[in-house]
Design a protein around this ligand. Structure first.
Ligand SMILES: Cc1ncc(COP(=O)(O)O)c(C=O)c1O
Length: 373
């Protein structure tokens, strides 16, 4: 029986239930469940918190990626450079707009996009790059911009996927404020999580913001007057906006707690474990990802010890069955292929107790000593 889960969002709800229940009652009683004051408020608060000019709340993080791609002008048959090990969300968004994903390899140390590989992936069709700050570890977006510019690809837009990186920073700026546009997911287990699906598109560019605003609601300029092609419905509802308003002020403290968990894994897990996630102040420790040989044996024994583990993510995008019928271009991915066989995630969330972390570390070290004796 599992008694330490990989994640446990109900603990956060219990901590804040008085305030969350209060705003939920308020929304319910308002009779205004979409496009109301809570959505406007969370848009302003997220934009201010991130240090960007515009935030468009949307229904989820995948929609945010799709809308971000459309809003920078990605369309049918364009190419979008991304990585194959980030869960498939960017790849899905590419297919939704009719673009071809081009997968480049990742750096062995961070498992994030390897900027040095991007040059080989550029083509005349390249329109954008989706950079995922995987596990909360920042990709150096200013360095990527410089590399693209150096290669004459000044027109290639950078989209940050910040689903794992709420509050991470680089050179004094937050994730989401570094590229042309950013997509956030507020899926319940994210560092800032709603009580259901929610997402947002963030940008400093007024035109991109304007296009996103139109496209997220049928292409409307105003009600029933559609001026932007291929609009759709992707609204964050008032309930989720209100819940996020309650939670946002706690994010820094939760990020600090997650970093403490990773710090303990970094300091106390013995070789052969190699911790990929970091506890650096600029990253945010979304997931606790390690590399370990004989990963499946390790996971089985952890489960027997009552400790949940997971794999983020187990199948590269290029190898998904759903991909077989769809366009995609592949560069050599040796690091991605190596990593996908070795990665394992341990529990990591702000409410994990010190006693639980003790038990996880003790079990992991004991199992490793038996497996690798
Ligand atoms: C890296 C990454 N990008 C995008 C998404 C998509 O977000 P959503 O589940 O809100 O659609 C997720 C996941 O849940 C994610 O982990």
């Amino acid at each position: 029986m599992i008694n330490i889960p990989i994640n446990d969002p109900i603990r956060q709800y219990r901590e804040l239930h008085v305030e969350i229940d209060r705003v939920i009652r308020e929304v319910n009683g308002s009779g205004r469940w979409l496009n109301g004051s809570w959505t406007r408020r969370i848009a302003e608060e997220i934009a201010r918190w991130c240090g960007v000019a515009h935030c468009v709340p949307v229904a989820n993080g995948t929609d945010a990626l799709e809308l971000a791609l459309r809003s920078v002008g990605v369309e049918l048959n364009n190419e979008v450079i991304t990585v194959a090990n980030a869960g498939g969300y960017a790849t899905t968004a590419c297919h939704l707009v009719g673009a071809t994903p081009v997968w480049v390899d990742v750096r062995a140390s961070t498992l994030g996009l390897d900027i040095e590989r991007v040059g080989e992936a550029l083509s005349e069709r390249t329109k954008a790059i989706v950079v995922t700050h995987l596990y909360g570890i920042m990709v150096d977006v200013p360095a990527l911009r410089a590399e693209l510019d150096r290669r004459g690809a000044t027109h290639v837009r950078i989209i940050e996927d910040c689903a794992h990186a709420h509050g991470a920073t680089m050179r004094g700026r937050k994730a989401g404020a570094l590229g042309d546009v950013a997509a956030f997911s507020f899926y319940p287990t994210k560092n800032l999580g709603a009580l259901g699906d929610a997402g947002a598109v963030l940008t400093n560019d007024a035109e991109i913001a304007d296009r996103t605003l139109r496209l997220h609601q049928y292409g409307w300029r105003e009600r029933y007057n559609s001026i932007a092609a291929i609009g759709r419905n992707s609204r964050m509802d008032e309930l989720q906006a209100a819940v996020l308003t309650v939670k946002l002020p706690h994010l820094e403290q939760w990020n600090a707690a997650r970093r403490n968990v990773i710090e303990r894994y970094v300091n106390e897990l013995h070789p052969p474990f190699r911790v990929v996630s970091t506890c650096s102040q600029s990253d945010v420790a979304h997931l606790a990802v390690l590399r370990v040989p004989q990963r499946d044996q390790f996971r089985k024994r952890m489960a027997a010890a009552g400790i949940a583990t997971d794999i983020h993510y187990p199948i590269l995008d290029c190898n998904q069955v759903s991909q077989k019928m769809l366009p995609g271009r592949l560069l050599a991915l040796p690091e991605s292929e190596r990593a996908v066989r070795e990665i394992v995630s341990l529990p990591c969330f702000a409410e994990l107790t010190a006693d639980e972390v003790d038990r996880i570390i003790f079990a992991a070290n004991r199992i490793a000593a038996e497996l690798f004796a």
